[in-house]
Design a protein around this ligand. Structure first.
Ligand code: HEM
Length: 316
């Protein structure tokens, strides 16, 4: 969004705290159908807490939008004159400048909805995915060895920053990221309303029913992924993808409302995982059975991921 919030040094950000609180509140409500009607929820449930947290989240993003809107012209001219190189626009700036066919800007509320969705969907999903990937890499030394070899082929002994070409060349890392998302999809379930009668696997599903899609289970279908519990990044090498059912693997959902940030998410994961792997050897301190994945809004390990990092000599 073009706003620095210093999340690494400011552990106690109210926004971050409310994001976590809100995830708890929503997943609790999802599991208690008697609290689904607003009236019951507001009077007997956590309705008040829900509204309080929502207010903090909305007022934070609203402030970010207002500040940016006030300064946008000034910032644009600054970035253009920055050593003659035009910087990329922040996503929020794009929203602020977007107009419809009649030349009308988006309303504050339109922008706020997009910003809230991107902020909420865009950080915890990727963080959780990297967390699971790091565990799996640390638990599979043979995979880690191949990754270190790839790091050596791409970066040699240099400690230069990663660039766009490197991202394309980190092919095995991409397979590792995809296989990690197969076993531990950050979004463990999502839902759709069925808008016409249909048959699925011989069962009649009526219009108006709600369908819950659970990639965590779908990704473990042995017809598409033999020995599904095994972590095998090679499954995603191009030659092994041939003929696989297009909907057998859907960590980013599929169809019209699939994840808009998926390419960005993979790039972000590559940058961070490669930075860790170039500098450290990772060792997992937990076994798979100790992880106890919790299917809340985001798939999380019950007690976090525990790893050991050992500084690497990149020349090896
Ligand atoms: C590993 C990381 C990620 C995973 C596993 C993931 C997964 C998903 C899934 C499964 C959906 C569809 C939900 C549904 O069908 O109801 C979705 C939607 C969405 N994601 Fe992601 N996501 C990730 C990262 C990101 C990032 C980095 C961004 C933004 C920068 C993002 C932005 C969005 C948005 C805006 C939607 C809603 C799209 C719509 O409703 O049209 N996601 N994501």
């Amino acid at each position: 969004m073009g706003k620095k919030i210093y999340a690494q040094s400011n552990h106690d950000s109210e926004y971050v705290r409310c994001v976590y609180k809100m995830s708890d509140i929503i997943s609790r409500r999802q599991r208690m159908p008697w609290f689904w009607p607003d009236f019951v929820y507001n009077y007997f449930g956590e309705g008040w807490e829900h509204q309080r947290n929502l207010k903090v989240l909305h007022s934070f993003t609203s402030k970010v939008i207002n500040e940016r809107a006030e300064n946008i012209n000034y910032m644009e001219s600054e970035s253009e004159s920055d050593q003659g190189v035009r910087k990329r626009r922040a996503f929020l700036d794009m929203l602020l400048k977007t107009t419809d066919d009649q030349g009308n800007n988006l309303t504050h509320q339109d922008i706020q909805e997009e910003v809230d969705t991107f902020m909420f969907r865009g950080h915890d999903t990727t963080a959780a995915a990297m967390n699971w990937a790091i565990h799996l890499i640390g638990a599979h030394p043979e995979v880690q060895k191949k990754l270190q070899q790839e790091m050596h082929e791409v970066f040699g002994v240099s400690d230069r920053p990663i660039n766009t070409d490197d991202l394309k060349n980190l092919r095995y890392l991409e397979c590792v990221i995809k296989e990690s998302l197969r076993l531990f999809p950050s979004v463990p379930f999502f839902a759709r309303s069925i808008n016409q009668d249909c048959k699925i696997n011989g069962f009649k599903v009526p219009k108006g029913a709600n369908a819950i899609i659970i990639p965590f289970s779908l990704h473990r279908d042995p017809r598409h992924f033999p020995q599904p519990e095994e972590f095998r990044p090679e499954r995603f090498l191009p030659e092994n993808n041939v003929g696989r059912h297009p909907y057998s693997y859907i960590p980013f959902s599929a169809g019209l409302r699939n994840c808009i940030g998926q390419r960005f998410a993979i790039m972000e994961e590559k940058v961070i995982l490669a930075s860790i792997l170039r500098n450290f050897t990772v060792e997992a301190c937990q076994k798979r059975v100790d992880l106890c994945p919790l299917g809340e809004l985001i798939l999380r390990p019950e007690k976090g991921i525990w790893i050991k990092l050992e500084k690497r000599n990149q020349q090896l």
